[in-house]
Design a protein around this ligand. Structure first.
Ligand SMILES: [Fe+2]
Ligand SMILES: [Fe+2]
Length: 294
């Protein structure tokens, strides 16, 4: 994989024109209008151990200082370390959400933020009728009304999906297809989900969303640019197919805030990091993956 040859301080970038349908003879032109700068964070996996709260606070502070132009944050889930295992107590789950509030949400409080839910976020060990059981409580802690939603951010439609259990399910897919069908023909779409719709990272290690082909076909039929953002794999890969750019970005936590096999916090040759996106009103886009500040 190309990441294996990249030095620690290097970054991964994708071309400006890649989100638009390609014309072989077209000369590159400068993007029109002011771009919206988006900070993509994923797999923060915040936890009390390994000095993660202090390190995470410092990292987020440095990111915001480095990039004062950020106008929107997209969090694609696995916000907390892990609440999903059968042995997780209520106290342990609540401890992690408290650290989330005290670190991540405190650091990002001045910015608009959209969230997708990760597979490690919901607590399943408690009774089914417990208000802290499952997806609704994660929505409550993230401050979102629904596990999937859509909002207009400048010229772009930003859609968050809930695929943390492996697929969308019939009801959500119906909602998504109706949403896509109702969009103006040229509206570019940013689609954010925890599991990748498609990624080489997911093929290599951990898996992509089931049933994504139908979604991809629906998006490709519109021809307007689409950016599909995701995490979950902790490995960065970018691909393009027709009008769709797929960016599965690496984890802010790298190896879950632990040193990992390489001893530097990276996971399988992808450093702990974040992505910076620029979205131009005409649908052009750029995505750069950067290692966390040292
Ligand atoms: Fe994760
Ligand atoms: Fe995950």
């Amino acid at each position: 994989m190309s990441e294996a040859r990249l030095p620690r301080r290097a970054f991964l970038a994708t071309g400006l024109s890649a989100a638009l349908p390609l014309k072989a003879s077209a000369a590159p032109t400068a993007p029109a209008g002011k771009p919206l700068t988006v900070l993509h964070l994923t797999d923060i996996h915040i936890r009390p151990e390994h000095d993660a709260p202090k390190r995470c606070t410092a990292i987020l502070r440095d990111i915001l200082k480095r990039h004062p132009e950020i106008g929107l944050v997209v969090n694609t889930g696995d916000s907390i370390y892990a609440a999903d295992y059968g042995n997780i107590t209520r106290e342990r789950m609540l401890e992690q959400w408290k650290v989330w509030d005290d670190t991540v949400m405190t650091a990002l409080k001045r910015l608009p933020i959209v969230h997708a839910i990760g597979n490690h976020d919901p607590w399943w060990a408690g009774p089914k009728d417990d208000e802290m059981h499952g997806i609704p409580y994660v929505c409550k802690r993230l401050g979102i009304e629904q596990p999937y939603s859509s909002s207009r951010q400048g010229a772009w439609e930003v859609i968050t999906l809930e695929n943390c259990r492996g697929s969308l399910g019939d009801e959500q897919q119906k909602w998504l297809f109706e949403k896509i069908a109702a969009l103006p023909e040229k509206t570019p779409v940013l689609l954010a989900s925890h599991l990748p719709l498609f990624s080489l990272a997911g093929d290599y290690d951990g898996g992509n969303m089931s049933g994504a082909k139908a979604v991809i076909d629906k998006l490709a039929a519109r021809k307007a640019p689409v950016l599909a953002l995701s995490g979950h794999i902790h490995i960065q890969s970018s691909e393009s197919l027709w009008n769709i750019k797929f960016h599965c970005n690496g984890a802010l936590s790298g190896s879950w805030w632990e040193p990992g096999d390489a001893g530097d916090g990276s996971y399988k040759r992808t450093p702990a990091g974040y992505a910076l996106l620029r979205l131009w009103p005409d649908g052009r886009s750029e995505c750069v993956y950067l290692p966390v500040p040292a």
